[in-house]
Design a protein around this ligand. Structure first.
Ligand SMILES: C[S@@+](CC[C@H](N)C(=O)[O-])C[C@H]1O[C@@H](n2cnc3c(N)ncnc32)[C@H](O)[C@@H]1O
Length: 204
């Protein structure tokens, strides 16, 4: 399976770094929670050190949380164990390698991750298939193409240090969602330069 030495190296520091915009993070958690029901099966891909899955865990039945980095998963498991949380399964997996039957999940979370994937449109289509009808895809994505198109020039350099960055606009991201069959149910971008676009997209 593909590895990411960048995220392996970053994991320890990532777990200790405070969220950049706490108010926006809390708002996204709150909006997401309004969609949750206690019987829901949830997938989170690119779960990092598990903070979001842990926060959401009391409100759903089960969360399958995956990440490309074994170090991220190790830290996430420790955090969940320390809180005696039993309804999250952490697994080291890329979103490409992860398989689940069609219509398995009620909700899929992909937070700060779509812009890190070369094939974000394929991943959106995969998420659509894995969701039950009426299921939701919650994403928060840096649309770097809106403000910093020149980033395209440095993406090959970032790749050398193991960081992938896909430069696309908010419009292109929205098109990726609707082309896959999603209907955008909620959309929000906090004020300020380069803030991530938060989208809740619904499978019809
Ligand atoms: C910017 S962090 C976001 C972590 C977390 N979702 C959050 O919002 O704090 C991106 C995460 O995605 C993971 N990641 C990167 N590429 C991935 C892939 N192809 N499949 C699964 N996880 C991936 C990284 O290891 C990292 O933990």
């Amino acid at each position: 399976m593909e590895r990411s030495f960048f995220w392996e190296k970053m994991a320890e520091r990532y777990s200790k770094t405070p969220v950049a915009d706490e108010a926006a993070y809390q708002k996204k958690l709150q909006v997401t929670r309004e969609y949750f029901r206690p019987e829901m099966e949830v997938l989170e891909f690119g779960c990092g050190t598990g903070s979001t899955a842990i926060t959401h865990s009391p409100y759903v039945k089960h969360i399958q949380a995956i990440d490309i980095s074994s170090k991220m998963i190790e830290i996430a498991r420790c955090k969940a164990d320390a809180k005696n949380i039993e309804n999250i399964t952490f697994e080291r997996s890329t979103i490409d390698a992860f398989t689940a039957p069609d219509q398995t999940f009620d909700a899929v979370l992909g937070l700060s991750i779509l812009h890190l994937l070369d094939n974000y449109d394929e991943v959106i289509a995969k998420v659509y298939k894995m969701l039950k009808p009426g299921g939701i895809f919650v994403s928060s994505t840096a649309c770097v193409g809106d403000k910093m198109k020149y980033f395209k020039i440095i993406t090959p350099i970032l790749k050398i240090i193991g960081l992938r960055l896909n430069v696309f606009t908010r419009k292109e991201l929205q098109a990726g969602m609707t082309d896959a069959g999603f209907k955008i149910d909620h959309q929000w971008q906090p004020p300020g330069k380069g803030k991530a676009v938060f989208i809740v997209a619904k499978k019809a």
